[in-house]
Design a protein around this ligand. Sequence first.
Ligand code: NAD
Length: 478
Amino acid sequence: MQLANLIDGRLQPPRAGRYLERRNPATGQVAWQVPDSQAADVGAAVEAARRAFPAWSGRSQQERAEALQRVARSIETRLEAFAAAESANQGKPLSLARRIDIPRAVANFRYFAAAIQHSHERAFSGPGLLNYTLRRPVGVAGLIVPWNLPLYLLTWKIAPALAAGNTAVCKPSELTPLTATMLAEVFDEAGLPSGVCNIVHGTGAGAGQALCEHPDVPLISFTGGTSTGAHIQHTTAPLFKKLSLELGGKNANIVFADADLEACLETSVRSSFINQGEVCLCGSRIFVQQPLYDAFVAGLKARAEAFVVGDPAEAETQMGALISAAHLEKVLGYVALARDEGGEVVCGGQRLELPGRLAGGYFMRPCIVTGLAPDCRVQQEEIFGPVVTITPFEAEETALAMANGTRYGLSASLWTRDLSRAHRVASQLDVGTVWVNTWLARDLRVPFGGMKASGLGREGGEDSLDFYTEQVNVCIKL
Ligand code: NAD
């Protein structure tokens, strides 16, 4: 299937006529031709977004909200088609796309449609002076996303950007272009004016770089890897662009000896292996307090071995295929490195050969490694696959030091029944989000983002409306 860009309300081929081959992760077969767009395509999309900006930003909040509500409804009526496309394109279980990815995309549009109607400006008064702060849209927003939660993360940016009155040029991952392309039909049905939201496919070096460098794109919201984020920061700094970076993670899952072991294990198997471990928030470093360590390792091993890896389309499948052959090789390389670094592979970690049409797919068994030092590479570098390490500890301070002892700072989870300890430890973790006795619970009003090498800035709720607007203070002498 040959895909196209969405520019100015029309599906268009890349100007240079070049395409990238994309394979279906579950079969390894070439399935899609993805536009290999270049600066000229990006330029046309930016120009369309620039032309659409005055009318779109001039609409009332209510009118924009109504358009976003129609977009949400239109995705919802196509939920099955979107879920099937997301699963085929990314390799994730269809059931997961149906339960999480697509409903979350719908929720993103609904949430920001409501939020923009309840947003308000701030005012400050004092003797003889009145100050108020106006928020106004920034202009054309450049939105760049990775492959692991393709539509969910893209709509997390499109919805607030458009709600606040910006127009947008989106650059989905070249590995997962399918559901973004399906938005063309959705926008058309929802009556979104041409040029308000454009989609340009291509590589990071081609289309992504051109978007970051474009002088008429004053804002970039990027989700992806830390080294790409650093490069984008370098590119955009001299251009003084507004920039949000949601980057990699190496998240700690800290289990204290008083934890509810059953509940913790049920959640930990998901926080380790859901979406093939390809979620930035996965708890890839598990620290377990003695004397719970042996019971935890045995419990997680049993659950990992029972985790159903297989055809993403099958209802019982819990883990599908990794995104690409190169990524599978990288993840298996970390399993080999874990052995070299003195770790014991407790289960999994090998490629899984499935029969029939899945014979060329990128499957592997979920992997648990123990016995590694906290500062070794496997415990420090982001693997972004179904591999977790488990390390024992005795004292709370040791757990905190190990949890904070990485360059990343995205999220952490704590398992304890001790309320004081939960508050105390949460306040000392250098991460953007701490979950206590749960994982991945999200309230769209809550600011989301990372510390250290996990990112810059916060998006979510009011923070998104701040990020996607410029603020102007007006001071009046009374
Ligand atoms: P990546 O950085 O390779 O690519 C992300 C996007 O950036 C893609 O669309 C890519 O084409 C584009 N890109 C690459 N080079 C670019 C450049 N020079 N200029 C502009 N755009 C460029 O990341 P990936 O492999 O697609 O995704 C995995 C990473 O994303 C992991 O590190 C994961 O932790 C991270 N991630 C973070 C979050 C978060 O919220 N913090 C969420 C999901 C994924």
